[in-house]
Design a protein around this ligand. Structure first.
Ligand code: GDP
Length: 328
């Protein structure tokens, strides 16, 4: 049997940047066992002073846009600059699709093989709140382990964008030229969240179309009102397979951070994100406790058929179950 690590072992190992222990620490955070969860909370709490120093970048875009190819090339460029890079993923659908992102070991081969990089697939979980909480803690652990840049990948199709936006400093949307916004499943809301759009696959025959798309997106983005941080999203071209345009993306991230640290937005945003994390966790833990309660479970089982048939008002039932839960 594997030796069970104690808090001090985890603390020492993570702080020393030991990737095996970091991995085990993230597994601890992801565990559903109460004893593991208690230890994980203590670990993260003890490591808090060592966290917060990385550059956190969210990356989204529909499947096929080139996220993993981009992260591989972008990550490699950062490694070449002497940075340590961690890649995390949020994919609430991964239980259904068996891990559509980062699940496949053949993806990001160079990064996977490099000791200065750390790649972790999306945690599984039935709710976005659960998945998000675990990823946030994994991010802090990576920071305590000395990673300079954390890339958080998510699929550009659902609510997970908002979750990622709420845990990063810079949010990057990968797009394709000529695919049409509807085809790309990209909602206006997601474009509004982005700090930069990167039109990927700007190479070969695609290049001239990508240049045209850039002008179109720039025009479209100008119609959006400037957010309170006073930054209008920029549009860049990149080819992940040719490693073109990646330095421009990194320069833009740095320019953004300089500006946001200068105007105070960076700190305000991080503070707001910590509070948002608290809200998320309260909701998640309440929901979990509620649904685990045997009396509530039994009542739900009994009443669900009536709700399904339209004989019982779901709001009324929800209210009375909540009342019952808190009165007990
Ligand atoms: P993901 O689903 O968003 O992670 O997309 P992948 O990274 O798996 O890429 C999907 C396909 O697009 C793969 O066949 C890649 O080789 C290809 N691809 C990714 N980036 C580029 C690029 O910059 N140029 C070209 N020509 N192909 C690319």
């Amino acid at each position: 049997m594997k030796k069970r690590l104690h808090l001090t072992d985890f603390l020492k190992g993570v702080k020393a940047g030991n990737r095996v222990i970091l991995s085990q620490a993230i597994t601890l955070v992801e565990s559903t066992l109460e004893s593991d969860q208690n230890l994980a909370s203590e670990l993260v709490q003890s490591l808090l002073p060592e966290t917060g120093n990385s550059i956190r970048i969210g990356i989204t875009g529909v499947p096929g846009v080139g996220k993993s190819t981009f992260i591989e090339a972008f990550g490699k460029m950062l490694l070449d600059q002497g940075k340590k890079v961690a890649v995390l993923a949020i994919d609430p659908s991964s239980q259904l699709t068996k891990g559509s992102i980062l699940g496949d070991k053949t993806r990001m081969e160079t990064l996977s093989a490099d000791k200065r990089a750390f790649i972790r697939p999306s945690p599984t979980g039935s709710t976005l709140g659960g998945v998000t909480g675990k990823t946030r803690e994994a991010m802090l652990l990576c920071e305590a382990a000395g990673f300079d840049v954390i890339l958080v990948e998510t699929v550009g199709v659902g609510q997970s964008e908002t979750a990622v936006k709420n845990m990063v400093d810079f949010f990057l949307l990968l797009m394709l030229a000529g695919a049409g916004d509807e085809l790309q499943g990209i909602k206006k809301g997601i474009m509004e969240m982005a700090d930069a759009l990167v039109i990927n696959k700007a190479d070969g025959d695609n290049l001239s179309m990508a240049k045209k798309a850039r002008v179109n997106y720039e025009t479209a983005l100008h119609l959006f009102p400037l957010a309170d941080k006073n930054w209008s999203p920029k549009v860049l071209l990149a080819s992940s397979t040719e490693s073109e345009g990646l330095e421009e993306v990194w320069n833009l991230v740095q320019k953004y951070l300089d500006q946001m640290k200068g105007n105070g937005f960076w700190e305000t945003n991080r503070a707001a994100q910590r509070l948002n994390w608290l809200d998320d966790q309260i909701q998640f833990l309440l929901g979990q406790a509620f649904l685990k309660d045997p009396i509530i479970q039994k009542m739900l089982e009994d009443r669900k058929p009536k709700v399904q048939k339209g004989e019982l008002n779901p709001s009324k039932l929800a209210k009375s179950l909540i009342q019952l839960f808190f009165k007990k």
